[in-house]
Design a protein around this ligand. Structure first.
Ligand SMILES: *[C@@H]1O[C@H](CO)[C@@H](O)[C@H](O)[C@H]1NC(C)=O
Length: 326
């Protein structure tokens, strides 16, 4: 009797442990500058062995990165075209990353998410720690959190959310290892994102994923994310949602919350020309190549978009009141 009830207790305990454990995102600490401020660059949709102005964008990232004394770089995914990496020995890793982003200021940690094109190769290769032996800047995981003092950045792997990739992949093959079933994957991802957002007390909350939530570009909004992720961003006062996928630079303000939707997906091939001008909250749209910077202090945020020559295309700032000491 005693042993069977303690078995039940142990079973309940381990069930709880399992469900609590799977809801925890892996966390990384990244120290801000000595004055507590933080700055970083964001680039997306880039890996083309330097072609389509990827190298020119990289050069300007180096220059701006130096000027802003950046802490790290964020990649919004579609890291290697057309079909991700073949395996961990794929030379595309060096040809499109290591040998392209060579500037001194870019020799910082890169935090990357996966894009849909990355799923068309060996998806586990990009997640593999062995790439870090080739280039220690590389860190790409499915979903994780970077705690950088005043800001907490929540990275989420959005590709499995998009139903069409599963139901109508056309002539593409997606590497769904570790994320099928889609339903289980989404449940876990949403649960872990929600629990990390709920626990966060950072001044700035930033969520990064490959796919758009709001976009005036070619792909437009991603309905699955509008339905499932946007409510979490609103409920937990997220400041910025940052994505790639549309090969452009853009800023859209939410119409009923302070959330800014920032697209930085212009790391190489761009110029699609199809702008959906009917987006009334569109603050800025550019369909050429470039990248974005974000500078944060405890009370102020400044977002800047740059073109392939490093010229400033658009600047936007906001301030908020210091939160009451807890
Ligand atoms: C490279 O950038 C320049 C300047 O924006 C642009 O005119 C040109 O079309 C770009 N090249 C490619 C291949 O996209």
């Amino acid at each position: 009797m005693a042993s069977s009830s303690s078995f039940v207790v142990a079973a309940i305990f381990s069930l709880c442990f399992l469900s609590c454990a799977f809801a925890e995102l892996q966390r990384f600490e990244h120290a801000p500058k000595s004055d507590g401020s933080l700055s970083f660059l964001v680039v997306g949709d880039w890996g083309r062995r330097g072609d389509y102005n990827q190298s020119q964008v990289a050069t300007q990232m180096g220059r701006i990165g130096e000027m802003l004394d950046i802490n790290f770089v964020i990649s919004t995914g579609d890291n290697f075209y057309e079909n991700g990496l073949k395996d961990i020995d794929d030379k595309a890793f060096e040809d499109s990353f290591t040998n392209i982003y060579t500037a001194k200021s870019l020799q910082k940690q890169w935090y990357s998410v996966l894009g849909n094109h990355d799923y068309r190769g060996d998806v586990l290769a990009q997640l593999s720690p062995s790439l870090r032996k080739i280039d220690s800047r590389w860190l790409c995981l499915r979903s994780f959190v970077v705690n950088a003092g005043i800001a907490e950045i929540f990275f989420i792997d959005t590709t499995p959310f998009v139903e069409l990739y599963w139901t109508n992949p056309k002539d593409h093959t997606y590497d769904w290892r570790e994320v099928s079933s889609r339903k289980d994957y989404m449940e876990t991802a949403l649960k872990s994102l929600e629990s990390a957002l709920r626990e966060s007390s950072a001044e700035w909350k930033i969520v990064v994923g490959h796919h758009t939530i709001r976009s005036a570009g070619h792909h437009g909004d991603t309905q699955e994310l509008v339905d499932l992720i946007l409510p979490l961003l609103k409920a937990y006062n997220v400041d910025f949602y940052i994505n790639g996928h549309d090969h452009c630079l853009e800023q859209i303000s939410d119409f009923d919350s302070p959330i800014q939707f920032l697209t930085s997906g212009a790391g190489s091939k761009a110029w699609r020309g199809d702008v959906k001008n009917n987006y009334c909250q569109l603050k800025f749209f550019y369909d050429g190549q470039g990248f974005m910077s974000l500078q944060l202090t405890q009370t102020d945020a400044q977002i800047v978009f740059y073109d392939v020559h490093g010229n400033v295309l658009h600047k936007w700032g906001m301030s908020k009141q210091l939160s009451m000491p807890k």
